[in-house]
Design a protein around this ligand. Structure first.
Ligand SMILES: *[C@@H]1O[C@H](CO)[C@@H](O)[C@H](O)[C@H]1NC(C)=O
Length: 150
């Protein structure tokens, strides 16, 4: 009987924590946000970089309230991108890591005019090393990354 003592308390804890965890699960983490904004693999097909940007920026919710001025999409698998925080990268400053190898990128820039949707982007492709901010061993969104090196 004495062993049963903790169980109601544990059950109560579970009942309190479970909804909290479910609610947390629905909120996008900084790492998930990084992937939504910056990782597209395999690369979504589009006739050219301009049309790619005009397709992907709204699709990734980067033009919801205002047109995000610039954004880089990385065309590599999520695990490969995350690895820049580990063996795939070199620590630069604080929590910033530079990738050891270049990545295929599409860089989107707002093409003048409206700052509110519908947004009009220019795009260019590039293969460059990237710089990411890492937290807890994972790339996170910090407003500036992924920086493009060189
Ligand atoms: C964009 O926002 C809508 C509405 O909030 C949501 O349903 C959708 O999942 C979001 N898309 C992405 C790629 O996060």
């Amino acid at each position: 009987m004495a062993l049963k003592g903790p169980c109601p308390a544990l059950l109560l804890l579970l009942l309190v924590l479970l909804p909290a965890c479910l609610a947390l699960g629905q909120r996008e983490t900084r790492h998930e946000k990084f992937h939504r904004q910056h990782v597209d693999f395999p690369k979504t097909s589009a006739p050219d970089a301009r049309r790619y940007c005009n397709l992907l920026m709204p699709r990734r919710n980067l033009t919801t309230d205002a047109c995000k001025p610039t954004n880089t999409f990385i065309h590599a698998g999520p695990a490969e991108v995350d690895d820049v925080c580990h063996s795939g990268g070199t620590l630069r400053t604080e929590n910033y890591y530079d990738s050891k190898v270049p990545f295929e990128l599409t860089i989107c820039r707002l093409a003048g005019g409206a700052q509110r949707p519908p947004c009009n982007y220019r795009g260019r492709t590039s293969t460059q090393q990237i710089r990411v901010a890492c937290m807890g061993g994972l790339p996170v969104l910090d407003g500036t990354n992924p920086g493009v090196l060189g």
